[in-house]
Write a protein that binds this ligand. Structure first.
Ligand SMILES: Cc1cc2nc3c(=O)[nH]c(=O)nc-3n(C[C@H](O)[C@H](O)[C@H](O)COP(=O)(O)OP(=O)(O)OC[C@H]3O[C@@H](n4cnc5c(N)ncnc54)[C@H](O)[C@@H]3O)c2cc1C
Length: 485
């Protein structure tokens, strides 16, 4: 039952994932007199983010860390008083390995050349010294700075086309494709540079090359890091897992009087100057609404409000993936696991996209004498994973881990987490579509759309999207408010 106090402004947040919770936290700070209700269809808050504790294993069902370079995540953590719980990736694990196919079916795990960030070779020497690429491939990367930038910046370009143009086919196949697919689980021939990797797209325009642009970025970063005395590594998590963020947010919101209702929102309608939010068994009135559900869910909710907006939201594609968390006795894996994880290029013909060495990254993830590995399988180029049973997924993963890490025994703990349509695909045309969505959203009074489907899937971006959507939801109610995030 959602109670309403007469004359008090009421904001309803649909969806209690990180985007919705961040919207609520922002509203509490900016408009403490407003009444805030979160409607969440699941029995728990947090959406895809969830940590499971099982007999000494600490398993992340989805996100296991977040980038501290963008401020939104760290600032939220600080406001919640959680800074002491933050943990950085252990120094000895701050590198990634890449499976490098050799003759026949064999291969070897090699370090990704230090300084090579997604698409940008920050340092050329490590690339020249690395055996990941042939001599031809290395020289092609070294020559990146001499490749002229595209004269007229095209509106959109696929990641595959951009990477091959700048770095060559071999660097794309053996480094860029696996690095990117570990994050986006996307088809690189459809992934939009402008939407997914705008920073690198801009580097070419601003500095003429990725090598130069990355050097400048590092120089600037070191300047500011030294100045502020950086306290955290690049990627951070929490001592007891990512759930700590969700639990702290929930506790903070409940304490401040935010009402949390477990129900499914079916539709929205704007009647007079208010929103009518149709839940399973009741209709609730609100002055403003934040829609923080996946775009595919927001689309039908908005059909009667704006068929155009609903149609645009429906066009955003999502891919599925599975994460297989595996516990092993330490002696059953021959590889030393001294890295954050490994990525596997598509040309290797294996099914896994990547594997994270969770117990190498963070302390307290596995019981003594054991290790925890998370393998990723599926994505836009392997939709067939959705048709496999959990046992079949496990066997596929074990075959690949045996070949790459030298497994000698069976896992002593297994958890398969399926994410059928949780990975938004920023395909070609995404930026244009989001512009249209934002224009249509702006024509609707006091409505904000939030979540990973729009302007970034990472945790800091999703927090930001919740805050921006909350500001949008109250913009028409309180125009003089300070809209700082
Ligand atoms: C497998 C995986 C791994 C990831 N790893 C990382 C990582 O390591 N680092 C990182 O930064 N990011 C990572 N991400 C991305 C990041 O976790 C997500 O982008 C972010 O958590 C999404 O939050 P959200 O609130 O937008 O969506 P969600 O978490 O999907 O929340 C939406 C909520 O809406 C609710 N809902 C749906 N329909 C309705 C309805 N009709 N009525 C009411 N409620 C409804 C759902 O139950 C859910 O709780 C990962 C994502 C996935 C899927």
């Amino acid at each position: 039952m959602v109670n309403q106090v007469k004359d008090q402004q009421h904001i309803i947040i649909v969806g209690g994932g990180l985007a919705g919770l961040s919207a609520a936290e922002w509203l509490l700070r900016q408009t403490p007199s407003f009444r805030v209700t979160i409607v969440e269809s699941a029995h728990r808050l947090g959406g895809v983010i969830q940590t499971v504790n099982r007999e000494g294993w600490l398993i992340e069902r989805s996100a296991d860390s977040f980038l501290s370079a963008r401020p939104e995540g760290i600032e939220l953590v600080e406001r919640l008083g959680l800074s002491k719980e933050l943990v950085s990736i252990r120094p000895e694990a701050r590198r990634a390995l890449v499976w490098s196919p050799q003759k026949k079916d064999s291969g070897i795990l090699l370090p990704v050349p230090p300084g090579f960030r997604l698409l940008a070779p920050g340092r050329i020497f490590p690339v020249l010294r690395s055996n990941v690429l042939s001599w031809f491939g290395r020289l092609r990367v070294a020559g990146e700075r001499f490749i002229p930038k595209q004269k007229k910046q095209c509106i959109d370009e696929s990641l595959e086309s951009f990477a091959i143009r700048r770095l060559g086919q071999e660097a794309f196949d053996k480094l860029v494709q696996p690095l990117v697919s570990g994050i986006w689980t996307a088809d690189p021939s459809r992934l939009s540079m402008a939407a997914a990797c705008p920073e690198f797209f801009k580097m070419e325009q601003d500095w003429g090359s990725l090598t130069q642009g990355e050097k400048k970025r590092i120089a600037q970063l070191h300047g500011s890091v030294d100045a502020s005395g950086a306290r955290y590594g690049q990627f951070v998590s929490f001592r007891h897992g990512m759930q700590a963020l969700i639990s702290a947010l929930e506790c903070h919101l409940r304490r401040a009087g935010v009402q949390i209702v477990q129900d499914k929102v079916i539709s929205l309608q704007h009647v007079g100057s208010a929103w009518q939010v149709a839940l399973g068994k009741q209709i609730v009135r609100a002055n403003g609404v934040v829609l923080a559900v996946p775009a595919a869910v927001a689309s039908p909710i908005l059909t009667t409000v704006s068929s155009k907006l609903s149609a645009e939201l429906k066009q955003i594609e999502f891919a599925g993936a599975a994460i297989v968390s595996l516990g092993f006795h330490r002696q059953d894996i021959t590889h030393p696991l001294t890295a954050a994880g490994m990525i596997v290029p598509r040309i290797a013909g294996k099914r896994i996209l990547a594997a994270s060495f969770s117990s190498s990254k963070f302390a307290g993830r596995a019981p003594d004498g054991s290790v925890l590995i998370r393998a990723f399988i599926g994505g836009a180029l392997d939709a067939g994973v959705a048709d496999l049973t959990d046992d079949e997924v496990l066997e596929e993963v074990l075959v690949d881990l045996k070949a790459t890490l030298g497994l000698r025994g069976r896992p002593i703990m297994v958890q398969v987490d399926r994410w059928h349509t949780s990975m938004p695909q920023y395909n070609l045309g995404h930026v244009e579509r989001i512009n249209k969505i934002r224009q249509l959203e702006a024509t609707l009074p006091s409505l904000g759309l939030a979540g990973g489907a729009y302007e970034g899937v990472g945790i800091p971006q999703v927090i930001n999207s919740g805050q921006v959507a909350a500001a949008q939801a109250i913009a028409d109610l309180n125009p003089h408010m300070n809209k700082s995030f």
